[in-house]
Design a protein around this ligand. Sequence first.
Ligand code: ATP
Length: 328
Amino acid sequence: MAMKREILQILRDSDGGYVSGQELCNKFGVSRTAVWKAIGQLKDAGYEIEAVQNRGYRLMGAPDVIDAAEIYSLLKTEWAGCEIDYHESVESTNTRAKELAEDGRPEGTLVVSNQQTAGRGRRGRGWESPAGDGIFMTLLIKPNINPNNASMITLVAALAVARAISEVTGEQAQIKWPNDIVINGKKICGILTEMSAQFDYISHIVIGIGINVHNAGFPEELSEMASSLFIECKKHFHRADIIVSTLKYFEKYYANFLETEDLSGLMEDYNEILVNRGNGVKVLDEREPFEGKAMGITKRGELIVDTWESRRLVSSGEVSVRGIYGYV
Ligand code: ATP
């Protein structure tokens, strides 16, 4: 397993060039047959590898898998994804990540699954997670910050996912405050951040990210607001590319957040792709719903909403925001 993973990495790092069989034998201290077997395992897993006599092996194509070997071979982060816990199917990647946190696994541990059987959204709602269609992943972090500032991390993650989706697809991804990613006004991604903390100390935070990638359709009750990258861009993207790009941007933005423990260094970027900005919104506060015009976020991640009488700051957490006529 380890050799298969490393050979994949070496083939990737050679940027489409040939890697000689002898070089691989020397590196791993094994026979030609052993290398040939490992190459066979990669081929069985769906990798297209060309073998040319006297030149060696060359990677021609990769399957759309999101297991540890595939992600590691593409990853260029310092700590995010340092350990990868992959599943074909799991109840919820957040639940699994919390178990790993209790086991003492390090910051940067990433749980990834090809399917969730009980994917969760905020306030006990579900997250539709069919096998092979989406990205279901959870990053474990252990920030040494005031727990009162932790809710802003959801916005940091939203910015990272939006940037990653834009980078990989070339399509403008936007944010519906605080943490849904939309394209053409439809929800492509949801983020569920959960924290385990004392009142002055954070033990850990899990950031769950669900992205609809290949879905060709959605159950009736979601079809008005949900969509996928395939539906919006008419193309199938490589899921691992989106994962590694998300981790790359998350590392960058999270470092920026930690410097000030607020969004002062990120709010401008966030506001630029805030889909609600300048639009009428309904704030679905359980006690007191109201309408107004969304103006952007503050450095604490609150949504600034101008009503006809006053300017109000809405904290994320317990409210949902909708457009006046629809989802955004
Ligand atoms: P909202 O502001 O949309 O109410 P939220 O942030 O409170 O969202 P989330 O926790 O992000 O909600 O997502 C849960 C909701 O998203 C579900 O109640 C359902 O309506 C919708 N949903 C479930 N699965 C998917 C999916 N795969 N893609 C898009 N939307 C989904």
